[in-house]
Write a protein that binds this ligand. Sequence first.
Ligand SMILES: [Cu+2]
Length: 171
Amino acid sequence: MKRALLLAALVLGLTGLTAPAFAHNTFVGSSPGNGATVGSSPKQVSVTFGEPVQQGENRISVLGPDGHSQWQAQRLATVDGDSVRVPLRELGPAGRYTIAYRVISADGHPVSGTATFTLSAPGHGTPAAPEQAGQSDTGGGVPVWVWAVGVVVLLAVAIGLALRLTRPVRK
Ligand SMILES: [Cu+2]
């Protein structure tokens, strides 16, 4: 019994260690370049990876110097081989903007990360309204109480089954 547990722990440990080693996509670069300074608002932002990006829920959010205002002009990023891009609104305040990406690798795994660039001279733009930026749908999905009810029902079914199975058979 102890040996079996040890073996199970070992297998879990090994898979846990090796799982991240299987290639998923890696960040290669961005435009504007990571750490670059631009004098005026770029028309678009793109991020390039080491492998092709799958079509789907690929997103690039461009966050303003305040850390939360959003400046991308499109909810989903356009895939172009191994890179993704979104058009930008005209930027506003000068300062450091963050390119936050989340894309789907060719192997189906999501890859996310950030790059930054600095706008040296303020533009005349204003950030996207939350619903335009696609923020309103991030809280979507199944409400927690539905899950809770599901778990309770499953438990009840399991207990019922267990009781039936353990009940002595009468003849
Ligand atoms: Cu992967």
